[in-house]
Design a protein around this ligand. Structure first.
Ligand code: DQA
Length: 151
């Protein structure tokens, strides 16, 4: 348990199309739904004494505002799967860089083994690290890392 109430929240943000997990290209993304992913994240957060804030949007502006909110409210850390915005969004990259908050980028699939346009991440360079290809376990690992780092 963190002894600072201001640092007791971990966040997970999901980008576009991740609300369709479970039925979206299951051979690529697996069969877990977004609710399953959030439940796994909440369990890891709780094990470490943190509350979890979990949000999903297809809108770049929502994701940017939530990155700011996580930073401004003193979250202990943020796990983000920017989905397609990983490869396109300078604005989301700049939002992550603008907050004093450890951020881990997660991808369910191994983006490096996929199409060349997925090999480029605009957001990864301003994150503490990136996990790709481990499915739901990647989110668990990211949250464990952030919880331990904040502990
Ligand atoms: C993804 C990989 C991205 O390339 C893709 O646009 C997604 C999901 C993943 O979790 O593997 O939507 O971020």
């Amino acid at each position: 348990m963190s002894d600072s109430p201001a640092r007791s929240t971990l966040w997970v943000l999901h980008g576009p199309n991740l609300d369709r997990l479970g039925r979206r290209e299951p051979e690529v993304y697996g069969t877990a739904t977004l609710a399953d992913v959030n439940a796994a994240c909440a369990a890891v957060a709780a094990e470490h004494g943190f509350d979890l804030v979990a949000r999903q949007s297809a809108h770049e502006g929502d994701l940017i505002a939530w990155v700011h909110e996580a930073g401004d409210t003193g979250a202990a850390g943020l796990t983000i799967n920017p989905a397609g915005y990983t490869h396109t969004s300078v604005a989301l990259r700049d939002a992550i860089a603008s907050v004093d908050l450890p951020v881990v980028e997660v991808h369910l699939s191994n983006v490096h083994a996929r199409e060349p346009f997925r090999h480029i991440s605009l957001t990864g360079a301003v994150c503490v690290g990136t996990i790709a290809g481990l499915g739901v376990e990647g989110y668990r690992a990211a949250l464990r890392f952030l919880a331990t780092r904040a502990g």
